[in-house]
Ligand binder design. Structure first.
Ligand code: SAM
Length: 191
């Protein structure tokens, strides 16, 4: 297949922006697929800060990291990504290479625990303020669940208003699929 699927393309974009030794963020670690991907990319000299509000997600991610020997370069934070600023050290300012947010609920768990528009936007704003030039924020927007369309609408309004002199924003999604397929919003810092 020539056109990459959503999750594959999210990783392709992240992979292009990350180098060994970078500091990166997983805003929603869930079952740890993105966190392990990031930890592999930054290597032992780099670091991943990964957030989730569910202990189950933190434990699942911890287990996955342990199995692959990736825990040394990862900090798991059992708190909302809205509070991200509290956890980043001063020397991370202007130094974050990339962040990913896989939105919605934890697959195989309580579908009522979802990412919310205010918290997600607050977190993205904090990350953009500390992103390095050329850095990237990737949002995988699921919006088929209750509450999902509100988050999608809020994010679309937010990213559409970002100053084009400072950021370029990509929309990547399949437009002829039935139901409500997820799509990607990717924000690149230009200067
Ligand atoms: N990236 C994950 C993976 O690779 O398996 C999947 C993430 S899942 C789609 C969404 C996750 O967001 C859930 O685990 C949920 O608990 C978490 N979440 C919801 N609100 C959050 C918040 N305010 N801060 C951090 N995580 C949150």
């Amino acid at each position: 297949m020539s056109i990459e699927r959503i999750l594959d393309y999210a990783h392709t974009l992240m992979g292009r922006s990350i180098q060994t030794g970078d500091v990166v963020i997983d805003g929603t670690c869930g079952n740890g697929h993105d966190t392990t991907f990031l930890a592999n990319h930054v290597g032992k000299e780099g670091h991943v800060y990964a957030f989730d509000i569910q202990q189950e997600a933190i434990l699942n991610t911890q287990r996955r990291l342990n199995t692959q020997g990736l825990d040394q370069q990862t900090t798991l934070i059992y708190d909302s990504h809205a509070h991200i600023q509290k956890y980043l050290q001063n020397d991370h300012h202007g130094n974050i290479a990339a962040a990913i947010y896989n939105l919605g609920y934890l697959p195989g768990s309580d579908k009522s625990i979802i990412t919310k528009p205010e918290g997600t936007i607050q977190s993205v704003e904090s990350v953009l303020a500390t992103l390095k030039k050329g850095g990237l924020v990737v949002l995988v927007v699921y919006h088929g669940h209750p509450g999902g369309s509100e988050e999608k609408d809020a994010l679309m309004s937010y990213v559409t208003e970002l100053d084009a002199k400072n950021y370029q924003v990509l929309y990547y999604g399949f437009i002829n699929k039935k139901k409500t397929p997820p799509f990607i919003l990717a924000i690149e810092r230009l200067k």
